[in-house]
Design a protein around this ligand. Structure first.
Ligand SMILES: Nc1nc2c(ncn2[C@@H]2O[C@H](COP(=O)(O)OP(=O)(O)OP(=O)(O)O)[C@@H](O)[C@H]2O)c(=O)[nH]1
Ligand SMILES: [Mg+2]
Length: 342
């Protein structure tokens, strides 16, 4: 049994065991997670959330490691959520990252956890969002969301961040990758890492050129999945107080350029909190989150209360007795009429 008020207390005082337990409830989609999140929400908004994504091997994890160190030196408490597209325990990439970050495991002010993309019916961004609320309540000052890949899931996760850092490196063929994955649109700050290698200036130059070519035209919003959010995050008033993503060169393993990076983060954070465009971005995120929670709650409720009807309709569709449109319509109408009567 989990005593929720005890758990809240443990989370509020930053106990690692309480945090791990809360994350587990969320992972397992335990009904008590919902209750816990209700209780925690009054403590929301403490942490500054940084999303880190970019091309494989660009040095994301090394950079995150450096950022942890820098923030720790400032006395800040830091949490890292590693978003693993395969599994939390067997992924080679994560394993390497864990070894690299091992030095922080004994540090009370650092919390590191990986989140698997598999088996999350409500979507990876939803469960990551839930864990974020726990970290806010646990009074972490900085939360870093590190994604392993650049797939749609990972890009969606970066929408949960206040600031998204996209990491590139020379000689990885970034440009084509970047355009494909829509990575340019999600970036608030760019790091061209491995600046100790030849080609870093050229990569930065390429990036600058691509950015100036790819400004989102006025009034254009692609209404599909996370894309809508990523366009909107620039805000409808983008022309007025537009944020122009800076491109910074770093050498992650030598901590070079990291202070400048943190400085750029602070500026972007100020942009979010003090400008009209920033306010619009934050509003859009609240709406998107509420919609996701609402839809999932509706689906769960219907699945639980009308399981038989749902499976009947499913069977009709699978056996070819009915078309999916009529079946869905009949099911929704049936559920609503039922509710009206009671
Ligand atoms: N020369 C040089 N090497 C670096 C730098 N930063 C990281 N590396 C090296 O690049 C390799 C990849 O670094 P990671 O931090 O694992 O990169 P990553 O982006 O997290 O990689 P994945 O998680 O596999 O996508 C490692 O061998 C690092 O030591 C840098 O600034 N300069
Ligand atoms: Mg990594």
């Amino acid at each position: 049994m989990v005593d929720l008020s005890m758990l809240v207390q443990g989370i509020r005082s930053g106990e690692m065991r309480a945090l791990a337990r809360a994350c587990r409830l969320i992972d397992e989609r335990d009904a008590r997670a919902f209750e816990l999140l209700k209780l925690l929400f009054q403590h929301d908004g403490h942490a500054y959330v940084i999303g880190v994504t970019g091309t494989p091997g660009a040095g994301k994890s090394t950079l995150v490691d450096g950022l942890i160190r820098l923030y720790r030196d400032q006395g800040k408490r830091v949490a890292v959520l590693a978003i693993d597209p395969t599994s939390p325990y067997s992924g080679g990439a994560i394993l390497g990252d864990r070894i690299r970050m091992q030095q922080h495991f004994t540090d009370e002010g650092v919390f590191i956890r990986s989140i698997a993309t598999r088996g999350h019916l409500g979507g990876l961004s939803r469960s990551t969002g839930d864990v974020l609320h726990v970290l806010h309540a646990a009074k972490f000052d900085v939360v870093i969301l590190e994604t392993v890949g650049v797939g749609q899931d990972e890009l969606e996760v970066t929408q949960l961040a206040d600031t998204t850092l996209v990491v590139m490196a020379p000689g990885l063929g970034d440009d084509i990758q970047a355009i494909k994955a829509g990575i340019l649109e999600v970036a608030d700050v760019f790091a061209v890492n491995k600046a100790d290698r030849v080609g870093a200036d050229a990569t930065a130059q390429d990036l600058l050129q691509m950015l100036s070519l790819r400004r989102v035209p006025k009034g254009v919003t692609k209404m599909q999945g996370h894309t809508a959010v990523s366009t909107l995050r620039k805000g409808p008033e983008a022309e007025a107080g537009e944020w122009v993503p800076p491109i910074l060169k770093t050498v992650a393993h030598r901590q070079e350029g990291l202070a400048e990076l943190v400085d750029a983060f602070a500026k972007h954070r100020a942009f979010l909190t003090t400008t009209e465009a920033g306010r619009a971005i934050r509003e859009q995120r609240r709406i998107a989150e509420f919609r996701a929670i609402l839809y999932q709650a509706l689906i769960d409720e219907v699945d639980a209360r009308f399981a038989e009807r749902v499976s009947e309709k499913l069977k009709d569709v699978v056996d070819g007795r009915a078309d999916p449109y009529s079946s869905a319509e009949a099911l929704v109408r049936g559920v609503i009429d039922d509710q009206a009567e009671t």
